[in-house]
Design a protein around this ligand. Structure first.
Ligand SMILES: [Zn+2]
Length: 289
């Protein structure tokens, strides 16, 4: 069913986007996509990705600014997440990560900061989870590429088992069970839905199926940031990825036009960059505030 839908969407895709991409000459990737250049700004100009797409969906104005003026993202939540990920990649990767980030990990007293003490607890909990250790087999940090509705996409998969048609993604979250309010849908949603991880899974699944010609099933390995970390494997059984692919199809052309200066970026009005740059000229009544 999904395959047919995808084929139909592909046939109706706007191929003009591809030629726009190939004309993009300012920031070219010097080598094919690899683990060294995956997060480079040039790779973001060359490939769409779930992260970049979600950033543009949230605020085009801010996403475009970040793409044009890249700065290293040193947010603690990101580094903590990568600290956990690197452990399950390999011993060497984890040691290299700690070496590279020792000033972020350790406090002035030389001991790990609270966030990393917590992250170590999460690692220990996952490490002693028998079913996870048995299931989490395959290539770690596997880079995938594919074409979604005329645009080249990239992805990095935590653990890929091509033969079994399985791929795993470790997600660290405040709580696995709690539902989080979504102002847009006016409902409470679980963390997978709320943070649009379904779109990431749909994109990865599509790219993998293009690369290998058989079906792939995503599995999320969730671990909570609670004092006593909770753990759960989460499948997408019964979930329809067509809605995520449709969201990409419906919005991608406009986003590509924004990236290539052919359309004005939409300002969300409430993100950090919108607040930093706004110049309000209107006056609003206290009753409307
Ligand atoms: Zn904004």
């Amino acid at each position: 069913m999904q395959q047919t839908m995808l084929e139909n969407l592909k046939q109706s895709q706007n191929l003009k986007l591809l030629s726009q991409l190939s004309k993009m000459t300012q920031k070219k990737l010097k080598e094919p996509l690899n683990s060294q250049n995956y997060y480079d700004n040039a790779a973001d100009w060359r490939y769409m990705s779930p992260t970049l797409f979600k950033r543009f969906m949230a605020c085009e104005f801010s996403a475009l600014h970040a793409l044009e003026n890249p700065v290293e993202n040193d947010a603690e939540a990101l580094i903590v997440g990568n600290f956990v990920h690197s452990y399950f990649e390999s011993k060497e990767a984890h040691e290299a990560f700690i070496d590279a980030h020792s000033s972020s990990i350790n406090g002035k007293n030389g001991k790990p900061k609270a966030a990393y003490v917590k992250a170590q607890k999460m690692i220990n909990r996952l490490d002693s989870w028998h079913a996870f250790k048995a299931a989490y087999q395959g290539e770690k940090e596997a880079i995938v590429t594919g074409n979604l509705f005329g645009v080249d996409w990239k992805g990095k998969i935590d653990c890929l088992n091509v033969e079994a048609g399985l791929f795993f993604d470790i997600k660290t979250t405040r709580s696995i069970q709690d539902h989080i309010w979504n102002e847009e849908t006016r409902t409470k949603e679980n963390f997978i839905i709320r943070y649009n991880y379904t779109l990431q899974m749909a994109a990865y699944k599509t790219m993998l199926e293009q690369m290998y010609g058989h079906e792939f099933t995503p599995v999320v390995i969730a671990v909570s940031k609670e004092d006593h970390p909770d753990i759960q494997m989460i499948s997408f059984d019964g979930y329809d990825f067509d809605q995520d692919l449709q969201l990409i199809k419906d919005n991608q052309e406009h986003i590509m036009n924004v990236i290539y200066g052919k359309a004005e970026p939409f300002k969300c009005g409430h993100c950090d960059y919108c607040k930093d740059t706004k110049q309000p000229t209107d006056v609003i009544s206290v009753l409307d505030l």
